[in-house]
Ligand binder design. Structure first.
Ligand code: ATP
Length: 217
């Protein structure tokens, strides 16, 4: 697979973490911030680290930003810069523009101007943490919509030693096991004959009310 080209505009905690992780995954990353100190922090992880104002159209053109596959606007507090940058990117024809929203209203504006993906990192992380604090068996939580989620749960005792078919998890509990994490391995799309072991972590998809019942078992 050809390496995807990413540009991260705004190197706060979120933007910088994104640069680090994409770099760790072997991707090409352009890191941009108007603050020289932030640019210096990104130098070791980014393919290019540039000090620039992302609300300046000429700057974006010089950086060749429209040739990037994905551009992430990770500017936080300065909502105006965040929106201006996003509009410029969409107008220049960047195929995938991701922007971080400060709140719901800001998110609605970003959607109206054609942002391909609006993210709310603080809110989403709070949801994940809340679920894993309240229900100790839930290790991770991904919201797919207001109704559906994916959970990573510690295997409930009553399933241990049974195959997926015998556990009746789909018919009785109305959720699907989409993967099983077993130590370092991950079994994707497990067959009905897969036996569930005590230390397995189940990755399950379903409606939130059914998932809540399952994680209470
Ligand atoms: P986090 O929570 O991720 O730390 P934040 O939401 O507090 O970040 P800010 O610190 O407000 O976000 O913004 C992130 C970065 O964006 C800052 O380093 C800031 O210098 C940079 N930034 C703000 N405006 C611009 C701009 N016009 N061009 C480039 N960078 C900018």
């Amino acid at each position: 697979m050809k390496n995807m080209q990413f540009a991260i505009l705004g190197l706060g905690r979120f933007g910088l973490s994104l640069v680090r992780e994409l770099n760790r995954m072997g991707m090409d990353v352009l890191a941009v911030d108007s603050d020289k100190n932030k640019v210096n922090l990104a130098r070791d992880f980014a393919t290019y680290a540039v000090e620039a104002d992302s609300t300046d159209e000429q700057v974006l053109k010089t950086l060749g930003i429209r040739n990037f596959d994905v551009v992430v606007v990770a500017i936080g507090e300065n909502v105006q810069s965040n929106i201006l940058t996003t509009i410029l990117l969409k107008d220049m024809g960047v195929p995938m523009v991701v922007a971080k929203a400060q709140n719901h209203l800001h998110g609605r504006v970003l959607e109206k101007i054609g942002t391909d993906l609006v993210i709310y990192p603080e809110r989403d992380m709070a949801i994940r943490v809340a679920h894993s604090l309240v229900t100790k068996s839930v290790l991770d939580h991904i919201n797919l919509s207001s109704e559906y989620s994916i959970l990573e749960i510690i295997t409930p005792n009553l399933f241990v030693g049974k195959t997926l078919r015998e556990s009746n998890i789909r018919e009785k509990h109305n959720v699907s096991v989409i993967a099983i994490k077993r130590g370092e391995d991950i079994i994707v799309n497990p067959t009905p004959n897969e036996t569930i072991l005590a230390k397995d972590i189940l990755v399950v998809l379903g409606k939130n009310n059914y998932l809540d019942r399952l994680s209470d078992l």
